[in-house]
Design a protein around this ligand. Structure first.
Ligand code: ADP
Ligand code: MG
Ligand code: MG
Length: 252
């Protein structure tokens, strides 16, 4: 079994007032085939965790480790992380001017596999995946994220996940800005990948809504830059009923 292991991770960002510690000792182990939900209030550091795993230059790892099957992920370039099988869907995906979705996907696939996919199966795979996500074929010829609606961005992320077949996927607020129909389509896409592969998923969310469609095996409550509580799916139900107050120490 493959594992993505985060040990005592401390991360700072540079602010005008100097460095500010945001992650304060995160411990998390995700095995292949497992889905872990990270749930927490706004500002608790969930996206910082995603960006740190991604290797975003703005986030400085001050201590701790992140390993994929024992390999030090933090020493890898962003490309190497992708080749190692890591997939990251960011809360705020960037525009890539002049690169169509179709070219972007094929370039990414080629980079990750180390060889270009066979054109015939590739075209079929892309069509099939777009179809399943109820995406208009014309979408493939648009520039990446240029003028994409919130829902299109999320579908595009899941399209990438379906085609790139990662070993571990970090999905940051994949549910944000989606209406119920879009949420269902996107969730079904994630579930297809889960069924068809041994992907390990780190599903980051503020709301419990998406967990009705994507059932997590484990739930971690994230507060103030670290994991404050852990449990099974029942923990998400409790959060839905009672919110985060019990974990943040706020008075009810
Ligand atoms: P979440 O995703 O849980 O809402 P974030 O990781 O986005 O939380 O943010 C956690 C905290 O770190 C917030 O207080 C936020 O303002 C701060 N933060 C995150 N990124 C930066 C940055 N680049 N510069 C300054 N502060 C940041
Ligand atoms: Mg700890
Ligand atoms: Mg966030």
């Amino acid at each position: 079994m493959a594992t993505l292991e985060i040990r005592d991770l401390h991360v700072s960002v540079e602010t005008e007032q100097g460095p500010k510690e945001i992650l304060r000792g995160v411990d998390l182990t995700i095995g292949s085939g497992e889905t872990h939900a990270i749930m927490g209030p706004n500002g608790s550091g969930k996206s910082t965790l995603a960006y740190s795993i991604a290797g975003h230059p703005k986030y400085t790892i001050t201590s701790g480790t992140v390993t994929l099957d024992g390999e030090n992920l933090l020493e890898m370039s962003v490309d190497e992380r992708a080749r190692a099988g890591l997939f990251l869907a960011m809360q705020y995906p960037v525009e890539v001017a002049g690169v169509t979705v179709s070219n972007f996907l094929r370039t990414a696939k080629t980079a990750i596999d180390g060889k270009a996919p066979s054109l015939r199966t590739w075209v079929k795979d892309v069509r099939g995946a777009m179809d399943a996500l109820k995406m208009d074929p014309a979408f493939a010829e648009r520039d990446v994220n240029a003028g994409f609606s919130g829902g299109e961005k999320k579908r595009h992320e899941i399209l990438q996940m379906e085609l790139l077949k990662p070993r571990f996927a970090v999905l940051d607020e994949t549910d944000s800005g989606l209406d119920v129909d879009a949420l269902k389509i996107v969730s079904e896409g994630v579930n297809r990948v889960r069924e068809n592969s041994e992907v390990g998923v780190l599903l980051i969310t503020h709301y419990t809504r998406i967990l009705r469609y994507i059932k997590p095996d484990f739930v971690h409550v994230f507060v103030d830059g670290k994991v404050a509580a852990e449990g099974g799916p029942e923990l998400a139900d409790e959060l839905e009923a009672n919110g985060y107050d019990r974990f943040t120490g706020a008075s009810v």
